[in-house]
Design a binder for this molecule. Structure first.
Ligand code: IPM
Ligand code: MG
Length: 354
């Protein structure tokens, strides 16, 4: 019997609720295919700060490093957001784990479901057949650059955006390779008219294309223009390659195409480890209310099966069960505020269709 060890990090807010439903789906897969999933739960974020004073306890890193893959819920707590004096923040836990495990590529697929077209604020004809994938660099740029901080008089603050060639090459390779399985088109999103780091990205990515990926069409686009095109003409994209912060912003924006942030999964990949997480945050206002959409996390679990365990058929089954729940109107409040089901009802329904 195949045995896979999964580190489960529910985190904060709606994290535990949505993770519970993803586990239901994995259990359904386990029963059907006689695969054994061994779950090790670990603390991260505000939940970890409360118990250990650290947003990423050593124990959690240990568990993650000893697992075949990591499934993550959400992070963030308003108690910290509203307190500029807070010494530690929950988000540091997520940033630290990305850095510690060198999860340099965050992969976020954006597609549409015909039955959800009504949930998107965009016009039906604009979002029809949208299918692109964002490769967001995840361990560099302004998120991690130093120096950062405040001057002594506290009147000035600064962050630093840095990128080195190797950081660009390793994610660009992944994006080019993915594009070969798709329409062979990569759009590099940057701000090369202003930023030195962006000019390095252009130089390195263009060189890589010329050396190894002639057959791929490489397009470059300024981030402000890309922000507009993502909602006015999203079908023009196939693979978007971009740096950390631009990717953060553009993928939240892209979620409106699908109709809800609650639908989008992601994979954060490195050489050795991989972590799967919904792109939404901890949505603290909804925590414990059973209104959160568990689909992004369930689809993240499917991405884990496919990407880390090569269980393509199993992943496909989960995706089909998700489509079925949407088509049959089994959705949460974010999708249909007039007729909706609880987080747990949706999870059970999807699991029962696996
Ligand atoms: C994301 C989130 C994180 C990020 C936060 C929680 C630190 O917004 O995964 O997109 O900015 O990367
Ligand atoms: Mg984000």
């Amino acid at each position: 019997m195949i045995n896979k060890k999964i580190a489960v990090l529910p985190g904060d807010g709606i994290g535990p609720e949505v993770i519970r439903e993803a586990i239901k789906c994995l259990d359904a897969i386990s029963l059907k295919y006689s695969i054994q999933f061994e779950y090790s739960y670990a603390l991260i974020g505000a939940a970890a700060i409360q118990k250990t004073e650290s947003p990423l306890p050593k124990e959690t890193i240990h568990i993650c490093k000893n697992s075949d893959a990591i499934l993550f819920g959400a992070i963030g707590d308003p108690a910290f957001d509203n307190n500029p004096q807070a010494k530690v923040r929950p988000e540091q836990g997520l940033l630290a784990i990305r850095k510690e495990l060198e999860l340099f590529a965050n992969i976020r697929p954006i597609n549409t479901y015909e039955t959800l077209a009504h949930a998107s604020p965009l016009k039906n004809e604009t979002i029809k057949n949208v299918n692109f994938i964002v490769f967001r660099e995840l361990t560099g740029g302004i998120y991690f650059g130093s120096p950062r901080g405040r001057t002594e008089d506290l009147k000035t603050a600064f962050d630093t955006c840095t990128y080195s060639e190797y950081e660009i090459i390793r994610i660009a390779e992944l994006a080019f390779q993915e594009s070969l399985k798709r329409k062979s088109k990569v759009t590099l999103v940057d701000k090369a008219n202003v930023l030195a780091t962006s000019r390095l990205w252009r130089e390195v990515v263009t060189r890589l294309k010329n050396e190894k990926y002639h057959q791929v069409e490489l397009e470059t686009m300024f981030v402000d223009n890309a922000a507009m095109k993502i909602i006015t003409n999203p079908t023009q994209f196939d693979v978007i390659l971009t740096e950390n912060m631009f990717g953060d912003i553009l993928t939240d924006e892209a979620s409106v195409i699908t109709g809800s942030l609650g639908m989008l999964p992601s994979a954060s990949i490195g050489e050795k480890y991989a972590l799967y997480e919904p792109i939404h945050g901890s949505y603290p206002e909804a925590a414990g209310k059973q209104i959160a959409n568990p689909i992004a996390t369930i689809l993240s679990a499917a991405m884990m099966l496919e990407t880390s365990f090569q269980m393509v058929q199993e992943a496909h089954l989960i995706q089909q069960a998700v489509v079925k729940s949407i088509e049959n109107g089994f959705v949460t409040k974010d999708i249909n505020p007039h007729k909706y089901y609880t987080t747990s009802e949706i999870g059970s329904y999807i699991a029962s269709n696996i």
